[in-house]
Design a protein around this ligand. Sequence first.
Ligand code: 26Y
Length: 823
Amino acid sequence: IWELMQTYQGVDQKSIQRSIVNHVEYTLAMTRFNFSDFGCYQATAFSMRDRLLESWNDTNQYFTTHNVKRVYYLSLEFLLGRLMQNTLNNINMEKNYREALLDIGYDLERLYDEEVDPALGNGGLGRLAACFLDSLATLEVPAWGYGIRYDYGIFKQVIRDGYQCEVPDFWLSGGNPWEIERPEVVYPIRFYGYTEKYEENGVERAQWKGGEIVMAKAYDTPVPGYNTFNCNNLRLWKSLPAQEFDFQSFNKGDYLSSVEMKQRAEYITSVLYPNDNSQEGKELRLKQQYFFCSATVRDVIRRFKKNNSDWKDFPKKAALQLNDTHPAIAAVEFLRILIDEEKLDWGEAWKILHSSFSYTNHTVLPEALETWSVGLISHLLPRHMELIFLINHYFMEDIAKKYPGDYQRMEEMSIIAEGDDKQVRMANLCILCSHKVNGVAELHTKLIQETIFKRFHEYFPNKIENKTNGVTPRRWIHCANPKLSDLITEALEDSEWIGELERIEYLENFAEDEEFVQKWIDIKKQNKEKLAAKVKEVLGIKIPVNALYDVQIKRIHEYKRQLMNILYVIHRYLTLKDMTPGEREKVVPRVVIIGGKAAPGYHNAKAIIKLVNAVGDIVNNDKDIGDILKVIFYPNYCVSAAQTLIPASELSQHISTAGMEASGTSNMKFVMNGCLIIGTMDGANVEISEEVGEDNMFIFGARVHEVDDIRHRLFAGEHNPIGKRLQRVFDAILSGTFGDVSIIHPIIHSLMDGKDYYLVTEDFDSYVKAQNKVDDTYRDQKKWNMMSILGVSRSAKFSSDRTIEEYCDSIWKVDRIPIPTPS
Ligand code: 26Y
């Protein structure tokens, strides 16, 4: 064994080169004398994976031997982004690889661009899961992510004639060198069928039988932490047919239908649903949820049983976190296994379930709260439906005891929404099954306590708590903005801030240091140049570098109010048109960039994309305007695009209607990159303003407590905030100034009719004022840069390391377990 241990992968130049070239020849079967950039990328990734697997194995072995408590993060989405750069930085090998590659004629940065961007998520929720994985590994918490290995990630957005088109993203076409297929880790997963009741030792028991079986196979991706030998795991499940042929139909001579069945099984994990914040209720989606939850729960139980024999110990060994209600059925599956298979009684099983599960809520939007029809669940998962009814029955008994006769309250708290088409409310189910429920920013948590979960908060006063989101400084500062990272390291005289962001506060001392500020300015300029080159390459549009870069990048949604942004841009354009050339020269030049995907079925969001493109077409080609205003719709916004856009931004927009954005996480990334925020008092903006100071942001708009009343008055026609400026903008749109944008006309008309649910017309004036203040401040570059540096120095709270520490302390009760460094 000792001799075999000597094969341990070296970190010197020769070892790295040898392992890359070996992979070129033996893994990729290419000639070592001539290989493409893509081949080199693949071989380099394989050589890195070899190194990761050593620490991955050591870590798991150590955790198993010491029988430690593990965290399991269950999520239907993991929006990882590219892995090579992040991995090299986390394992502190970027320099070694860069030099080793250069020596054989390859440029590491070019290889980074060869990697596909794995996009197994929609937006904030999926990206949060990815940041959490990085922090969990960095903090040496024994933790596994569990999810689905979709064949198709979120669609690629292509713009044709100003409209969004969706192109499938088959991200695995070039292979995936980061994952390890585990053909030995497979579980059978049942669907449909029936339940059979029987008696055993005088106890009535149930068993789920029949239906059809699909197999779940595991694929593992190592998750290295920053500056630690620990390496965690992300396990994703792929569906497979239970057997190559369905012998029954095969024997009947129905060969084709047996192949069809095989395809039906594979279909389960084929595509990520591209909706965020609005549920579709499709059977296939429920199948995905159950498929992945069942495989995960079985896997967790198997691991528990390796070292433990007493079920009571389960909560001491496992904490399962539900990323929104999407994996809610895992709780019921766990209960089913404990009761039907492990033969525990209800009381014991419930206690174990309740002490090990917890749930994060990410939204208050009613259309995003999942419900599934009782009919569908009964058909697909008959035993689970029975268990849900039982859970609800016991709970309703408790409520009736505590509030006799209060039927209204019982109706509100019931898991089942009564009516013609009975529905299961997944959030209510999750709250009941969990010992802790959390919101994702202070304001959001307060809102769920007072509105959607009010009754639950009264009944379980210690259950719902806050865990403000965070983002990983490794990807979002160190990798995305390496020059800024180096400058910070130079000023603080060491690089420990990357793993302990609290240390960044000392940067405050440099906010007025002329030499430092000049370097700060130069870096922003270089990042802007890089973005400008990208925009030229992708869109063929030249954008000036001396303009203020104003960016709004996120999923397109009415509540996020990209519409208000573009209405303001039109106002700015019309105002510029009114000016003399001399007056125009005094205006702060701006490049407005908007990017984001619309859910394929979300008509109004797609109309907004068309409007942005149409405005860009006119403004960008208007000779009067020239370089004073440019309007860019940045296509196919994704994690890798964010890594170029955010470091180049000077102003970013987080302008949702107050109370509607649960947290937002890109706001945090922008602050960390020295970008100022124009925003409403919503989500984590509130906490950002507490940290960086309201004076260092451009805050505007109605506050949460005002929204309902304003909306009511708008709808009742008692209040009309549309002034001359906004009316002129509407007229320009409706009269064809931007060509045929009739797709947006119905939205404009409803705004004019007061049907303005998102308060665009109400907030427009204070938005314009805030924008004027932006221009004034930008003219004073000294002040602007000071605000920028102060923002960065006060951003420590928004590291996901802080968030994860809070989850560990108050929800999961797990310890950090650094594994011993190999000698
Ligand atoms: C039910 C299904 C259609 C669905 C799928 C995805 C519902 C919601 C979602 C995604 C929600 C999401 O991304 N929410 C965002 O979570 C972030 C992380 O907590 C928050 O920062 C952000 O405000 C919130 O919109």
